[in-house]
Design a protein around this ligand. Structure first.
Ligand code: NAD
Length: 426
């Protein structure tokens, strides 16, 4: 495999990108005549690596490595989030951009796939340093972003405030206010109702539909969640409101467990007040990571980082279904183990599409300068994601493939059809 690697990947830790390539291998036999275009999915269209120098509060300078990657622009402008994390790497951002291409096509949004990130521990920065880093990064990206070129959004450790700085910086550089440059903005500057909870809400809508089809009752169902950030906490609220029990939560600080159920609102208050995460929550007991992955439950929702469910722990997972809130949480080897053990996997490329669907709504509202009510947003989100999931479910049953391969069939077919119609330039 190394022989065919582009030189910029030599010496990189390749896991997420390898996972994506393996997923493309698995979909290839189902692409028919479009297979002749499939090589173009196996490399990003464009990679931008930027140095982000930041003046620190103590007067010193720090340099961070930033990325923005366009995986495919065949179906429209690039769309995908920005991650701030110490483990951000080129192959990780490549994989995240590629999953955005497949996801956006799978739910039929008029977008290509993109992703960005900075290798940084944002928790070690002051607010002023975070703002300066964001503004410099946004300026460095000027070459490749724009409301009709590439529209970033929040991801791990980035939020509405970061999007507001990003939008302001781009607007200053352009000499006009450009609300459509990012999504996930605060409401006061062109954000959309419903965006904050959209990914978690979509995870729940898809999980509920999968449960209905698999004969799992939501009321009293046990939910185990990894990650209690934007995606995990919103999904937890939706499950809780539907009568399911959140029996365990893991985040970077540790694991908490209560078989009768944890109130997600109280847990969120604890995590915000302690500023250190879910551990130490008084109405639950602590649990080891090993015990966490072995808990009996109906829904296991990974909503943190990629590569969490691997051959090392898949054999111990005792869930009826895994619903992927995170991007890339399950490796192909783990997919096979879960499949053999009868655990249904609802893949990221459909399960967490709620965020980008409402990002699309936000972008449409910004372009039209006409804003929708929260009910309209949620109704349209539920409708799009449920219909897309049902089509994928039916395709998986017809073809006898996993839900992941079925989602890749829908997404990759749309991307490659667009490429074929546009033709190869020149
Ligand atoms: P976030 O920064 O709001 O939350 C991340 C959560 O993961 C936190 O609770 C953190 O404590 C936890 N975490 C970090 N490292 C961990 C570890 N080693 N073990 C256990 N938990 C850990 O991020 P988010 O926006 O909620 O994103 C979570 C996942 O969902 C990512 O994979 C992201 O790409 C994906 N996603 C996010 C969106 C979105 O709209 N924000 C949309 C689609 C997919």
């Amino acid at each position: 495999m190394n022989a065919s690697l582009p030189t910029y990947l030599v010496n990189e830790h390749l896991d997420p990108w390898r996972v994506f390539l393996e997923q493309v291998e698995r979909v290839t036999p189902h692409l028919g005549a479009l297979e002749r275009w499939v090589e173009s999915l196996k490399q990003p269209k464009r990679i931008l690596i930027v140095d982000v120098p930041v003046r620190m509060d103590d007067g010193s300078f720090a340099h961070f490595e930033g990325y923005r990657i366009h995986h495919s622009l065949a179906r429209g402008p690039g769309k995908g989030g920005i991650r701030y994390h110490p483990q951000v790497s080129l192959p990780e951002v490549m994989a995240l951009a590629a999953w955005m291409s497949v996801k956006n096509a799978a739910v039929n949004l008029p977008y290509g796939g993109a992703k960005g990130g900075i290798r940084v521990d944002p928790k070690a920065l002051s607010m002023a340093e975070l703002e300066r880093m964001t503004r410099r990064y946004a300026s460095e990206l000027n070459l490749v972003i724009g409301p009709d070129k590439d529209i970033p959004a929040p991801d791990v450790n980035t939020n509405e405030q970061v999007m507001a700085w990003f939008m302001d910086t781009y607007s200053m550089n352009q000499g006009r206010t450009a609300t459509g440059i990012v999504t996930g903005k605060p409401l006061a500057i062109g954000g959309s109702f419903g965006r904050r909870d959209a990914t978690g809400r979509g995870v729940f809508v898809v999980a509920a539909e999968a449960a209905r089809r698999a004969g799992v009752d939501l009321r009293g169902a046990r939910v185990v969640l990894q990650g209690f950030g934007n995606v995990g906490a919103a999904a937890a609220r939706c499950f809780h409101e539907a009568g399911a029990r959140i029996i365990a939560v893991q985040d970077h600080s540790g694991q908490v467990h209560h078989e009768r159920g944890i109130d997600p609102a109280a847990l969120a208050r604890h995590a915000a007040a302690s500023a250190s995460g879910v551990s130490g929550y008084a109405d639950a007991s602590a649990l080891s990571a090993d015990e966490f992955w072995s808990l009996d439950c109906e829904f296991l929702v990974p909503a943190a980082l990629e590569g969490q469910i691997t051959a090392a722990n898949a054999g111990r997972i005792s869930a009826r279904m895994v619903v992927e809130g995170a991007n890339g949480p399950t490796t192909p080897a783990a997919d096979d183990i879960l499949d053999e053990r009868g655990v249904l996997v609802v893949p990221d490329v459909i399960a967490n599409a709620g965020g980008v669907i409402v990002s699309y709504f936000e972008w449409v509202q910004d372009i039209a300068s006409f804003f929708w009510s929260e009910d309209e947003v949620n109704e349209r989100l539920d409708h799009i994601i449920r219909d897309a999931f049902i089509a994928i479910w039916d395709l998986a049953r017809d073809k006898g493939v996993s839900l992941r391969t079925a989602t890749f069939i829908v997404g990759c077919t749309r991307i490659l059809e667009a490429m074929e119609l546009r033709g190869l330039y020149p």
